[in-house]
Design a protein around this ligand. Sequence first.
Ligand SMILES: [Zn+2]
Length: 482
Amino acid sequence: MKSFLKSPMLWVLYARRWAVFLGLVLAGFLSVRAEGFATRFEELKRSLPKSELYRMLYAMPKGGDLHHHAGGCWRMEDLYSVATNRSIVGTNRFYTRIRAGSCNTDTNEWTRFATISAFQWSAMDECRRSEYAALDSLSPAQAREWMNSLRLDAPGEGRDEFFERIWPRLGAVGRDANIAAEMMVRTLQRYGAEGVRYIEAQTIPDLYVAADGSMLNPEEGQRILQRRLSQPDARASGVTLRLQFVVLRFTPNAVQRVEQAYDWVSRHRDTWVGINMAGREDNDKGHPRRFLEVYRKMRRQHSGIGLSIHAGEVDEPNAHMRDTLMLGATRLGHGNNVLTDDDLVLHLRHGVAFVEINLVSNLLLEYVGDYSQHHFAEMLRLGVPCGLSTDDSGMWDSGMTDEYLTAVSEFNLTWDELVRCGRNSLQWSFLEEPAKARLLAEYDRDIRAFEQRFGGDDVPSKLQAVKPVAYGFARRRWGIAY
Ligand SMILES: [Zn+2]
């Protein structure tokens, strides 16, 4: 024994054996507990009313939101208070159209609540000016209408309302860098409260307009964003943010924009991690093959820039998803028509790409009439890497918990499947190492803590301690309001 204690080599061997043994015991213990919680989760799914299930899922750790349009995920109540707060917007002021047609110009009713900056308003003639009201002078009822005009919350509103009206209505408030920075922080706080730990937001750097109407230098926009994101309340959200440069695929200069995106991301890698292409796929000017050469060219020059592209957000069967894989994407946004391409399904089962699932979006934009037509469960259960994301939660009036509750109630997801979705959404993110490894370790830790919390006794009082925030989508779909 004495000689053993003196031999460092034997110490190492002995310690290693114990570590392996303890590791096996621990792994066994955890798998028993996880299995135990999986059974408990099935019981809870059956017994809890929807509002209590929502409450529990609100508290669940959720990993990342990998399909997230920056302006589309803003909460409109927050946006109204931010855009009318002079300490945030500085000298910028906004006017919104409260009446259309009185001057015999631009009589489209939908342009009601299109919002412009003071410099645009000042350049109008008196009649047109009278159709607008200062955003901060709206009555509470008008302010409510303004917010509602920016979300899909009424029967009959669908794809055209979203693409052709809501985004243009956002107008000048979406192009103010101070508003964007503040809204980014509010979004991190909102998502952080429901257990999201990572967001990869789609936006562009050369979007911002100064109060006098001049284009803001993108570097200055970036500085405004960084300054706000480095403040303590942003950090306290517990959410890590990275950005993707999104190219509007059907525009005439889209190929050139891809080159600009690579250039920008390669020079701002601390925040920008990838490139996306978005925009209506039913506009055939944006078909994927148009971009094959430019992505090949860019790969000759750049390394390590993530590529996630909208694909299969269409009604008809087509080759967009497989063509998008040809472009080099490792992540596909939506993938609604995946099951119409047998070979593609076989490819995806080998884990070549991650499918970003957006359940609420696909229903509201009518890519599915109901969830029996949705490909999510088929993908997940065939072993295709997928995860849940929110797309444009502010415009849906929803949050990440709505995606989780939809997944559980429409596809009967098991605990293991839900956890897999969350873990995948970190694993397939474009976040750099070692930050990604840290978030994955924290996710595993938080899931274990969650299992312990709700796997024990007295679930009702633990549920009461959760203070969820539910929005209009949950109220309209499930009657949930707290
Ligand atoms: Zn999208």
